[in-house]
Design a protein around this ligand. Structure first.
Ligand SMILES: [Zn+2]
Length: 248
């Protein structure tokens, strides 16, 4: 089961027809987060692997394992999203830009940025069973419940519950320097069972930065998965702070 984002004409020209955007036309920034496939949400690159090549397109010297498909096309190697086959750009080796000696030259229109910070606060995203309960357990933070990690864009609760969309019920926690990501993970393990791996009720830590990934791996317990964060879809309003309005 898959459903993709609607593309604008200029996005479709690149993603579906293998086109190239004019150099320097994309937004240039060095914010922390993850770059997703614009069409299907698959996490492709971490911001720590982005570098300035001066070529006019976003450049990365590494990829999220399994996310990129390579297709030699004569003198160059085309790169595509491993899930939806959308065109991303080309990959070059041996140019000496970084120690890894690889440059993924990617159209900015082929990607969507999933930021690690919103309004100066860092995001932590966990899947720990039914999101009603886990939101109650983090009620001293600003939180939103939603769906992430699946293969359907804009999933409904019914689609998530059918198990066919592949999404996990998850919580997004916004936190500042008064607490650490580590302390949030410790609480996460106190309030849910890390053995959960059933349909939308999975134990998962969705990381947004290399630092979060390392902390999550260091503290990992049981069957909990540590995965790159895909698009987070806010759940329908009646799910938000459900246990507050339904104490039984
Ligand atoms: Zn894709």
């Amino acid at each position: 089961m898959s459903r993709y984002h609607q593309l604008t004409a200029s996005e479709a020209k690149i993603i579906e027809k293998g086109g190239t955007e004019p150099p320097g036309s994309g937004e240039s920034h060095h914010r922390e987060g993850i770059y997703l496939c614009r069409r299907c949400d698959l996490p492709l690159y971490l911001s720590k692997d982005k570098f300035d090549s001066g070529c006019g397109w976003p450049s990365f010297d590494d990829e999220i394992p399994g996310a990129i498909k390579r297709i030699p096309d004569g003198h160059r190697v085309e790169i595509r999203c491993a899930r939806c086959d959308g065109h991303l750009g080309h990959v070059f080796e041996g140019e000496g830009f970084t120690a890894k000696n690889v440059r993924h030259c990617v159209n900015s229109l082929s990607m969507r940025f999933n930021p690690a910070f919103i309004n100066g606060k860092e995001r932590a995203i966990f899947g720990g069973g039914c999101f009603w309960g886990i939101q109650r357990d983090f009620s001293d933070f600003e939180t939103v419940v939603g769906y992430t990690g699946g293969e359907l864009v804009n999933p409904s609760y019914e689609e998530v519950c059918s198990g066919k969309s592949g999404h996990t019920e998850a919580i997004e926690i916004l936190f500042d320097h008064k607490v650490t990501y580590e302390s949030l993970i410790k609480r996460f393990y106190q309030v849910h069972s890390p053995g959960l791996q059933k349909c939308q009720y999975k134990s998962v830590i969705f990381y947004l930065t290399e630092e979060q990934r390392q902390i999550a791996l260091k503290l990992k317990q049981g069957a909990t998965e540590v995965l790159p964060a895909s698009q987070f879809y806010r759940a329908e309003e009646y799910h938000q702070h459900y246990s507050l309005f339904n104490p039984d």
